[in-house]
Design a protein around this ligand. Structure first.
Ligand SMILES: Cc1ncc(COP(=O)(O)O)c(C=O)c1O
Length: 386
């Protein structure tokens, strides 16, 4: 049977593979990035109440006005953005749909797209399905920094788009002010649009501040900023995303969205609108809770002799295998860890399409203390296998 070769050649994602093995073997799952807490009770109660008492019919295609207003207000309050909710905010079914709508709406065959490896697994197939050509920039540990030389080599007159993920999954790093300025200069110089995957924007630690690329010189009208309520409220199954962009970009993305999902569950939209209106203290407490888990896991790993790469944001931290005394590549370590030591983790090489970094393993710390402790104890067991 003839199938689309881009889709047909896709492997099952490493997250599915690892979670599947974890289920089969009863392993502690530090692989896939989801918290094992139920999420904020008041936000969940709002969704339940909305199912019973609000409309359950198709909401407006671009999203419920109350949620679009809440998104604009939220980003005004936390990131100093001045967004017009009616012409610059669209609600999607998760950041994933927002990314697909953005690539569908903007790219044409032959366009080039600059993106950064390690790369979130959805980007490459999305770019290729649009007929566009990925131009990956390779980042490497321990700092994973973007340099001017790398951008000079990647950008060309055919560059239409750059896809930027900060805070970056899986490296748990934030782009610095210099890197953001550099990206802005290249986007302006090559007349490229920036698709900014900012799903981890609230998960930043140690007093760090997430700065949207949209606020840099020349970027206001050429940036598509994408957020995810699933990440903000630790409710990853909800799949409620937001796209913020200047009116012509928003209109184009809404046209793609109308034939992808058309709309998103209204009760979840109502609950997210409520959640985004919460006081700053809620978001600070949430961050502090995750930072505590990060520190607990970092200390336990260090005590077992693991070299931990610091985590500035996201739900993740990484271990460096050679510096932890493990003489194996990341895939081998992760496979033996899940099958023989009862703990699932993610090999960072899975985030590279070419020339992968094979020395780093990603761990999710968004877990209860007992899960973290059991996970580290099993990782120590895995380390002794090598
Ligand atoms: C960088 C990045 N982008 C997008 C997503 C998906 O977001 P959503 O669940 O809202 O589609 C994730 C989820 O892990 C992510 O890490």
């Amino acid at each position: 049977m003839r199938l689309n070769p881009i889709i047909d050649s896709l492997p099952t994602t490493i997250f599915e593979v690892m979670s599947g093995l974890a289920r089969e073997t009863g392993a502690v799952n530090l692989g896939q990035g989801f918290p094992d807490s139920p999420g904020p009770e008041d936000v969940r109660a709002k969704a339940a109440e909305a199912v019973m008492h609000a409309s359950n019919q198709y909401p407006p295609m671009a999203g419920l006005p109350e949620l679009r207003q809440a998104v604009a207000e939220h980003y005004g309050r936390f990131q100093g953005l001045d967004l017009d909710w009616a012409s610059e905010v669209t609600i999607t079914s998760g950041a994933t749909e927002a990314l697909m709508a953005a690539t569908m709406a903007l790219l044409q065959p032959g366009d080039e797209v600059v993106l950064f490896q390690p790369v979130y697994d959805a980007y490459l197939p999305m770019v290729r399905l649009a007929g566009a050509i990925p131009r990956p920039v390779r980042l490497q540990p321990p700092l994973w920094r973007i340099t001017e030389a790398a951008l000079e080599a990647a950008f060309s007159a055919r560059t239409r788009m750059v896809i930027v993920n900060s805070p970056l999954n899986p490296t748990a790093t934030l782009l610095s002010d210099e890197e953001l300025s550099l990206l802005a200069r290249f986007c302006v110089r090559f007349d490229a649009v920036a698709v900014c995957d900012e799903v981890w924007e609230h998960l930043v630690f140690d007093g760090r501040i997430h700065r949207p690329l949209m606020t840099y010189p020349g970027m206001r009208d050429r940036t598509i900023k994408i957020g995810s309520a699933g990440k903000i409220f630790s409710l990853t199954g909800w799949k409620v995303g937001f796209v913020c962009a200047a009116p012509p970009l928003s209109a184009a993305i809404a046209k793609a969205h109308q034939f992808l999902t058309f709309t998103t569950a209204p009760n979840l939209q109502i609950a997210v609108a409520y959640g985004l209106g919460k006081a700053a203290a809620y978001f600070e407490d949430m961050r502090a809770g995750f930072a505590r888990s990060r520190d607990r896991m970092t200390e336990a790993l260090a005590a077992e002799g693991f070299a931990v790469l610091p985590s500035q944001g996201t739900y993740f931290l990484s271990i460096d295998l050679p510096r932890s005394g493990v003489e194996a590549d990341d895939q081998t370590f992760c496979m033996r860890a899940v099958k023989e030591a009862g703990v699932a983790a993610i090999p960072v090489s899975a985030f590279y399409a070419e020339d992968p970094v094979r020395t780093v393993v990603r761990l999710c710390f968004a877990k209860k203390d007992e899960t973290l402790d059991a996970g580290v104890e099993r990782l120590a067991r895995a380390r002794r296998l090598f």
